[in-house]
Design a protein around this ligand. Structure first.
Ligand code: ZN
Length: 176
């Protein structure tokens, strides 16, 4: 797969209401190889804000790169996140598009207040990332987010993110 330069400008909208107080909504403007691709314009409201979280935005980026991404949270069915929400009305992917699967898994020990989350990513039948959860004591147990898995998958598939597109937490790094 060829390299694509991906720029994500993260957008925030705010709404103030005398009854509900402040609400915020997040979205993103996605530019690929210097051309505006998709604008997910957030609109904050008291309820039913129009917004996209980081995983939804990255799923759409992968879709724009021609990759169908199925994300499976623990205990849930796989969800195709490559074309956003039905209301986003994005053009469907080719039915022969490569399929990536991210399977999230988590383990915990309630008595020790110890929790760990990991993931395994398949591209076709090949495992390209394997970060299993492991209980190593409360502060040392790894926590890998689905956002981190999506960033790693996109970069594996040729995404070259511009500076500022991906914040440290999205790579699973601690904030500086
Ligand atoms: Zn309100």
């Amino acid at each position: 797969m060829k390299d694509r330069q991906i720029d994500i400008e993260w957008l925030t909208d705010e709404h103030e209401c005398d009854t509900c107080g402040w609400s915020t909504a997040e979205g993103a403007k996605i530019t690929i190889d210097g051309k505006p691709a998709i604008c997910l314009e957030p609109s904050a409201y008291c309820f039913g804000s129009d917004q996209w979280d980081a995983d939804q935005v990255l799923g759409i980026v992968l879709g724009e790169m021609g990759i169908r991404t199925l994300l499976t949270e623990p205990g849930c069915d796989p969800e195709d996140i490559s074309r956003g929400r039905p209301s986003d009305k994005l053009a469907p992917l080719d039915q022969h598009a490569p399929v990536a699967r991210i399977e999230m898994s988590a383990i915990w020990d309630e008595t020790r207040d110890d929790f760990s989350q990991g993931y395994r990513t398949f591209l076709g039948n090949e495992v390209i990332f394997d970060h299993p959860p492991a209980l190593r004591g409360s502060d040392k147990s790894p926590y890998h987010s689905s956002t981190e898995a999506l960033v790693a998958l996109a970069e594996h598939c040729g995404a070259r993110f511009t500076p500022g597109s991906i914040e440290a937490w999205m790579r699973g790094q601690k904030e500086a």
